[in-house]
Every structure is written in C-alpha cells, then in structure tokens.
Design a protein around this ligand. Structure first.
Ligand SMILES: NC(=O)c1ccc[n+]([C@@H]2O[C@H](COP(=O)([O-])OP(=O)(O)OC[C@H]3O[C@@H](n4cnc5c(N)ncnc54)[C@H](O)[C@@H]3O)[C@@H](O)[C@H]2O)c1
Ligand SMILES: O=P(O)(O)OC[C@@H](O)[C@@H](O)[C@H](O)[C@H](O)CO
Length: 465
C-alpha cells in the first residue's frame, strides 16, 4: 500500500461528511485521507479551505454526542473548475478507493430503467470529449470515467463505492460505466472496458444516517462548543453502513469502525429503500400538503403517521429480510428517528427529485401486490397521488417547494385536467418507469385519489383512509 492511502470522494455534500468520512476517520490501522470533490459548489470548498480543511459534526436528538471536529478530508476540488486535477486525483497511485454521493439523479439512469440514458443532456458530448482532460464534463459519470481511463495506463486496481440511495448501487455503477465506455471512440472504450473488467470492483452498499441541510441553528451549536464553523454538518446519532466484501485493492478497515460486511446487502438495500426512504417520502408529501415544513411534524401527526405505518405494512411483505432482522422493531425505531424535530429535516429536501426516487420505491412493490391479488394497495396509491399533488397543484411557500426534474412536463400534462394527469404521466409518459406504466388498475386508483385530494382536501382523504 502507498505511504498515504487516499480515497477520492465524488459529491462533497453533507451526507458524505457525516457518514463515510466518520467511518474512515475512525477506522483502525493506517490512517486514510480523503480528497473530496464538489461538483460545482465553489463556496463550500473555499470555506473548507479557509477553515484549514476542518468542519464540525453536530449530532442532534436523543443520545447525541458532543460536537466533533473532523479533519479527515485534507484536500478539496471543484469538478467544474479543475477537471484535470480531479482526473489526476483518481489516477494517482495513492488513491485506492472512490466513494460517491452524487444523488439518485446524478448517475444518469434512463428514468425507470437500469441503463444509462444515452439521450440525456451532455452524455454523448462527454463521451466524445473524454480525451481532453481540461474539458469540463457535464456528468459526474464522465468525471469518474475520465479518471479511470487515465488510471488504466498503470493498471492499478481501484474500488468504487456508491453510497447513494439507489438499489444495487454498485452493480448499477459498473453497468453505467461500461455503457458509457461503449459510447467512447473505440480505442478509449476498449481500454476502459478492459480496465473495468480486470481491476475495478463496485461493491453494493446500504447507507443510513439522517443528515439534513445545515442551518444557522447548527452553526450556533458548533459555536457554543467552541468551533467557529460556517459549514457544520448536522446528523442524527444513528448510523449504519452495510457493504459487500468486494474490494479490488487496499481499503480502510471500515468494519473496525462499525460498518457491516455482508453478502446480504441486497436485502438491507430493500429494507432501507422500501421501509425507510419510502416512508420518508410519504411523510414529506403528506407533510407538505398538510402545510408542514419538517418531516418530524408529520411523524407525530396521528393521521399522517397511520397512513405512513400502512405504507410499511404494504412494503414489508415485498422484502426478503436479512437473516435475524426484526422489521417491526425497525419500523417502530424509524418513527422515533423521524420524530427528531430538532434535526430540522425538511419535507422540501426529502421530497425533492421525487420522480427519480419513487421510481426506486414504488413500481416493484406495486407489481408484487398485483401478483398477489391487490393491484392498488391504498398507501402506495396515496404516496403516488400525494407526490403528484405536492409537485403539481400545491400552493406551497417558496422555501417548501421540492425540486422536481419532471415538474415542467407534469404541469403541462396537468392542463388536460386533474382526472387525466395520472394516466398521462404514469402511463403515456412513464414518468415512474415502464413497469408502473403497465399497472393500469393502480394508475386508475392514483387518479381517483388525486381527484379526491384536489376536491376534498388532505384531511378528508386521510379521514377516509
Ligand atoms: N442526507 C442524508 O440523510 C442521506 C442519507 C443516506 C444517503 N444519502 C445519499 O446521499 C445523497 C446526497 O445527500 P446529501 O445530504 O449529501 O445532499 P447535499 O445536497 O448536501 O449534496 C448533494 C451532492 O450531490 C451532488 N449532486 C447533486 N446533483 C447532482 C447531479 N445531477 N450530478 C452529480 N452530482 C450531483 C452535489 O454536487 C452535492 O455534492 C442523497 O441523494 C442520497 O442518495 C443521503
Ligand atoms: O434523498 P432520498 O429521498 O434518497 O432520501 C431522503 C431521506 O429519506 C434520506 O436522506 C434519509 O434521511 C436517509 O436515507 C437516511 O439514511
């Protein structure tokens, strides 16, 4: 192993700094350092540098530890400003691992499929321009592919660890890279593919810790602990990381700092995506429709809580559980975690990018129920209708409006009338993927629920529920 083993992290957001960075800092044995790459957030990188590359983790809620100063990230880059430096960092022999938190939509999946969206903005241009290290790629996939292409010259192995809430995140990343390689000029494409096959591993992972966006409250909490910090990271005390034991080369001893190496990651992933993330989405959309701002407000509202519990009832049978896993305990603990009001996790943040997230969470369970005799499970119907209502119709305060890549399309389709929107969006345009587009009974139920939400309002719908 090299003298200073290093991870390159793509996606310098809050989550990485409160999750993988902590497991890395706490790992036994030789210390590892992190080169963190922001996609475009220059201000974050400048602030980190101005703070001598340190930041504070501020735990919030029952059982919170004291604020903690972190220094494991010792270098930071901005992909949009210094693309050649990012490629060089990935190609550097000191680097043995790349971790990623680039959000669900950052991977470039074709909506509702497991394949690269080759028609998406920038993908083909990125492929055509990959030979030029100074060109700024549009996609993070191309940033990674450029670094790997340069690294292929040495043949040094590398492990790519996707840490986003995406099912089969590692397997998917490997497939996307190969599909991207197929778009490259032949010599580059063959070189990248051969390197991926010979020297690169992409373990699947399940990551879990609720890490909201930073607010002044968290800056004040850091200051009270003696840390003047513009970019502290809030997080709940709970943390979990399950990884496949599939490393191409050296890696931090993350198991020594609490990560679980398991051959049942796929089961943990589904537990996380269907029980936790889907419930979180439900709380976000119902919360927004109820005039709320924070996830915790919905988690302590009896009617919203009951609907969200029912969603868990519908999700649970669709999952093969990890050995020894108690789903009821897990679901009860989730409500304790969701009820952490001090954490300030907003419905806006959790509800953003719904079309990319619900595609991971809704179609599979709906298909399972259809096969088992219930084509329109009521909580899954409500979740889907509430997402459409929150994104298209709700008159929300500016700060509460969730980001939604499909909003323009959905608004345009809504001009056909509220009773037509679900079919136009979910069937004709397959916004949540082709699998859901085939579930016509489900879509009809979503349509009826959406009409009810618009005509009767949320309180009446929840009362009927
Ligand atoms: N925050 C959490 O509680 C949490 C928990 C588990 C998993 N995650 C995963 O981590 C991801 C990031 O969460 P966060 O809290 O760090 O968010 P954040 O808003 O703090 O940071 C988002 C990061 O993703 C990058 N990004 C955004 N859009 C992108 C795009 N189109 N292409 C490439 N990169 C893009 C941004 O540049 C930024 O670095 C989530 O989307 C989720 O998949 C988050
Ligand atoms: O961005 P998402 O929807 O994948 O996740 C939003 C929240 O559900 C998520 O950030 C959770 O807090 C996190 O996944 C907990 O580990």
């Amino acid at each position: 192993m090299t003298e200073q083993p290093r991870i390159v992290h793509l996606g310098l957001g809050n989550f990485h700094r409160a999750h993988q960075a902590v497991y890395t800092a706490d790992a036994a044995g030789q210390p590892w350092r992190i080169t963190a790459v922001a996609r475009s957030n220059r201000q974050l990188v400048e602030t980190l540098k101005a703070q001598n590359m340190s930041y504070t983790i501020v735990e919030v809620g029952p059982g919170a530890a004291e604020p903690r100063r972190m220094t494991v990230i010792d270098r930071a880059l901005v992909a949009k400003d210094e693309p050649a430096a990012v490629r060089a960092a990935i190609a550097d022999p000191e680097c043995h691992v790349v971790t990623l938190t680039i959000t669900e939509k950052g991977y470039g999946y074709k909506p509702g499929s497991s394949d690269l969206d080759v028609e998406a903005a920038g993908v083909r241009e990125d492929a055509a321009g990959l030979g030029d290290a100074d060109r700024v790629p549009t996609t993070m996939l191309a940033v990674l592919a450029g670094g790997l292409l340069d690294r292929a010259d040495s043949g040094n192995p590398i492990t790519l660890v996707s840490c986003d809430n995406v099912g089969h995140n590692g397997t998917g990343l490997g497939r996307l890279l190969r599909q991207f390689a197929a778009l490259l000029p032949a010599e580059q494409g063959d070189k990248l593919t051969a390197y991926l096959d010979a020297s690169v591993s992409t373990p699947n992972t399940m990551v879990d810790r609720i890490v909201p966006a930073t607010t002044d409250k968290h800056r004040d909490m850091a200051a009270e602990a003696g840390f003047e910090d513009q970019i502290p990271v809030p997080g709940e005390p709970f943390t979990m990381w399950v990884l496949e034991d599939d490393f191409a080369g050296p890696h931090p001893d993350w198991a020594s700092s609490g990560a679980i190496l398991s051959d049942q990651v796929d089961r943990y992933e589904l537990v996380k995506l269907r029980l936790l993330n889907a419930a979180n989405s439900m709380l976000a959309y119902l919360g927004l429709l109820n005039g709320g701002t924070f996830i915790a407000e919905g988690a302590v509202n009896d009617a919203i809580k009951a609907a969200t519990w029912q969603l868990g009832e519908e999700m649970q049978p669709t999952i093969t559980l990890p050995d020894g896993f108690d789903p009821i305990d897990y679901r009860k603990e989730l409500f304790v975690r969701f009820s952490n009001l001090e954490l300030g996790h907003t419905c806006q943040q959790v509800g953003s990018d719904g079309s990319a997230k619900l595609t991971q969470r809704v179609p599979g369970p709906v298909a399972w129920h259809a096969e088992h005799g219930d084509p329109a499970p009521k909580a899954l119907v409500l979740l889907t209708a509430a997402w459409l209502a929150a994104v298209v119709y709700a008159d929300l305060p500016e700060g509460n409006v969730p980001d939604e890549p499909a909003r323009d399309l959905l608004k345009q389709l809504a001009e056909g009338g509220v009773d037509q929107l679900a079919k136009a969006a979910l069937v004709d345009h397959a916004v949540l993927g082709p699998q859901l587009a085939e579930q016509t009974a489900f879509v009809e139920a979503v349509s009826a629920q959406l009409v009810a939400l618009q005509e009767k309002g949320l309180a009446a719908v929840l009362a009927d529920f």
